[in-house]
Design a binder for this molecule. Sequence first.
Ligand SMILES: [Zn+2]
Length: 226
Amino acid sequence: MVLKDFVALFYPRVCVACHESLIKGEEVLCTPCLLQLPKTAYHRFDENPVRNRLAGRLPLQFASAFLKFRKGGLVQSLLHELKYNNRPEIGVKMGHLYGMELKESGLDIEFDVIVPVPLHASRMRKRGYNQSAKFAEGLSEALCVKWEESISLRVSATNTQTRKGRADRWSNVKDAFSVAAIDGVAGKRVLLVDDVITTGATIEACGHHLVGAGCASLSVACIAEA
Ligand SMILES: [Zn+2]
C-alpha cells in the first residue's frame, strides 16, 4: 500500500462542496460538483461584466472570471475552504481548470507572466499561503506561462475593506501596493490574478502599479466574480 492510500484510510478525501467521498482520479471536487461549477465563459467575449466593471479604470487587454459567486452557493464553499481552512490545493485546482479553458480558446499565447495580487504579510503568516498565488500556480501549469510575485504590499490598510463603499475602498488600497521586481514585468504582457473580484479596487490598485512599471499589456483573471 502506498503512503497516500494509507493516509486516505484515516483521512478520507471528500468533495469540498458536497462532502461525498472522492474516488480515484478526483481532486478537490467530485465529478457531479465539477460539472455543476457555475462557469461564466466570459473569456470568450471581449465585452463581459468583469471587463465592464474595470472599464475606464485600467487599460486592459483582457479581463475575465472563471466562476460566478452566489451567496450560499458552491463557489462560496470553495472560496471559504481556500481562504480559511488551509486548502491551498483548491486554488491550484481552480487555476488548472481555468487554464485549460483559456488554452482551449487560444489565450495561452497572450501572456508572458502571471502575477498574483499579494496578500498582506500578517495574513500570509496566519494563512500560510497566498490564495491568489495558488490560483496563479495552477494557471501557470495549464498555460505553460511562468508566474511571479512581482508586487508587494507596502502599508497595512486593507483589512476592513468589506464594509466600505467603492470610493472608500479605493482610497484604502491605492497606496497599499508597490512593484517590487520591476524587471519581472517591464515589457511583458501581464496576467494579474486574484481570488474574487467585487468592486475591483484591489485589482485596480495593483494594475496601476504594473502599468507604471512598464508592462506591455495588462489582463485580469479571477477565480470568481461576486
Ligand atoms: Zn461534490
